[in-house]
Design a protein around this ligand. Structure first.
Ligand code: CP
Length: 311
């Protein structure tokens, strides 16, 4: 693997290799007082974030540090981006300064692909940490890692993704990855929050959450992305919550074994009730924990090579 830009086109063998490496790393580090492997000593990872992030940025930093890479964090607000420097010039500057890998989050769909093109000649790897409404591949990988832990093999498992699919890069990456891994995906959303062309996606679409939950092995609640809704929010927050929020009563429609996921940050009370988010069948904290191991695995496959020593 040279870059990780999307899960669209990521084949099952490559995805499974990353997930298996993440499992192995998690087992290796479990219970260790010093969580440090020498695998990426001498390699430099730069995180370049043009949008806010807690989980993704921090877990990439921890992942790099646990593998002994040097990690440098660049945020658009405190860099020369604020003086008008272009994404291309910023990327070439980071590569010239010694970045072996740039982890980029950007509001424009396609930004990570452009970056990979500009860096093709210098050998720097690019990881897409979320580009506009397009993709967030490491989120989908950590979601799959969490589902595999709770449910085992995902082949034939029924995963329901609920909410603002229109603006969700998490939904797009999950639809690609989960279907590649053999899961059956159902999208539940108001018609106003579904993208044009969704009928060509490998999914079933419903607007009735209560009818879908009893047959779901997992339900993934999405964040409502108000910052991308320049024309306002329809339905209203209250209508959305009534029809699409996972409240306590509705959560009882799920089978006992079903897993509840949310990529975060959560809007508690609107997308998901606190009591549901904090219940034992919710794996939201585990998603964050697995995010570190999955991002370690991604950095390993990009920078150490598939035949390398994991330490
Ligand atoms: N899930 C996710 O991408 O969270 P952050 O925006 O906090 O990175």
């Amino acid at each position: 693997m040279k870059h990780l830009l999307s899960t669209d086109g990521l084949d099952a063998a490559s995805a499974t290799a990353v997930l298996d490496t993440a499992d192995e790393l998690k087992r290796t580090l479990l219970g260790r007082e010093v969580r440090k492997l020498p695998t990426l000593r001498g390699r430099t990872v730069v995180t370049l974030f043009y949008e806010n992030s807690t989980r993704t940025r921090v877990s990439f930093e921890i992942a790099g540090k646990w593998m002994s890479a040097d990690v440098v964090n660049v945020s658009a607000s405190s860099s020369s981006v604020g003086k008008g420097e272009s994404l291309r010039d910023t990327a070439l500057t980071l590569a010239a300064a010694g970045a072996d890998c740039v982890v980029v989050r950007h509001p424009a769909s396609g930004a990570a692909h452009r970056l990979a093109g500009w860096l093709a000649d210098v050998g720097t790897s690019v990881v897409n940490a979320g580009d506009g409404t397009h993709e967030h591949p490491t989120q989908a990988l950590l979601d799959a890692a969490t589902l595999r832990e709770r449910l085992g093999d995902l082949d034939g498992r029924r995963v329901t993704i609920v909410g603002d699919v229109l603006h969700s890069r998490v939904a797009r990456s999950n639809v690609h990855l989960l279907s590649t891994l053999g899961a059956d995906v159902t999208l539940v959303a108001p018609p106003t929050l579904l993208p044009v062309g969704v009928e060509s996606w490998p999914v079933t679409v419903s607007h009735d959450l209560d009818s879908v939950l009893p047959a779901s092995d997992a339900v993934m609640m999405l964040r409502v992305q108000a910052e991308r809704m320049h024309g306002g929010f329809f339905p209203s927050a209250r209508e959305y919550s009534v029809a699409y929020g996972l409240n306590e009563t509705r959560s009882r429609l799920l089978p006992e074994h079903a897993v509840v996921l949310h990529p975060g940050p959560m809007l508690r009370g609107m997308e998901i009730a606190s009591v549901v988010a904090d219940a034992p069948n919710a794996a939201i904290t585990e998603q964050v924990r697995n995010g570190v191991h999955v991002r370690m695995a991604v950095l390993y496959h990009l920078l150490a090579g598939d035949g390398g020593d994991r330490g």
